[in-house]
Ligand binder design. Structure first.
Ligand code: HEM
Length: 169
């Protein structure tokens, strides 16, 4: 009930909170093409929990950039540049690149399992920049979660129209 993933960490803590903040980050504003809709990334990750569970908790925490049990964020001066937070907690010209995450863990521990990563944003840019940082295309560094835990097996961007737009169609 703490929204922990199969990896044991709380997922979603730094998500925008409250209807208005969520809307501001996720929904394309009036006046822009596709207003009222949202850009979506669906990316399927398979976890190797055997491998992850063999990684000492301190190293798991360093890989995420937060503590596991208490879910406290590591300060920027101690967190590793290739930790997950080092890869996705990004600013451009002093402005945070925000996205709304609605990921879903799936599968059986005994079989295939992982995370259906799902994110919404009013601009693809924010999602894209985070992905580039995770996968080594920004500065050559790759996310430690990809080394210790997870492999992306598929992914695609979608455009989700507003309900009004769908009704019009
Ligand atoms: C195996 C896949 C992934 C796992 C297990 C994972 C897990 C986590 C965890 C545990 C946190 C810290 C708690 C929180 O704030 O939610 C986090 C934060 C975050 N993740 Fe991921 N994540 C994954 C993939 C991604 C991807 C693909 C993106 C972006 C394209 C992403 C973007 C973010 C963002 C923006 C944050 C909040 C950073 C902040 O502002 O502190 N994550 N993730």
């Amino acid at each position: 009930y703490e929204d922990r993933g199969l990896d044991g960490f709380v997922d979603g803590t730094e998500n925008p909170q409250g209807d208005e903040n969520v809307r501001n980050v996720a929904i394309i504003p009036e006046g822009r093409p596709d207003a009222g809709g949202s850009y979506v990334l669906l990316q399927k990750y398979l976890h190797d929990l055997k491998k992850w569970d063999a990684v000492p908790v301190a190293e798991q925490e360093a890989s995420v950039g937060r503590s596991k049990e208490a879910n406290e964020e590591f300060s920027k001066d101690v967190r590793l540049p290739d930790s997950h937070l080092g890869r996705v907690n990004l600013k451009e010209n002093g402005v945070g690149l925000k996205i709304v995450r609605r990921s879903l863990p799936f599968g059986k521990i005994s079989g295939e399992h992982g995370l259906m990563f799902t994110a919404y944003c009013h601009t693809l840019h924010n999602i894209e920049v985070q992905l580039l940082h995770m996968f080594g295309d920004a500065d050559g560094k790759t996310d430690l979660l990809l080394k210790h835990l997870s492999t992306a097996v598929s992914g695609a961007y979608y455009y989700a129209p507003s309900v009004e737009r769908l009704q019009d169609l």
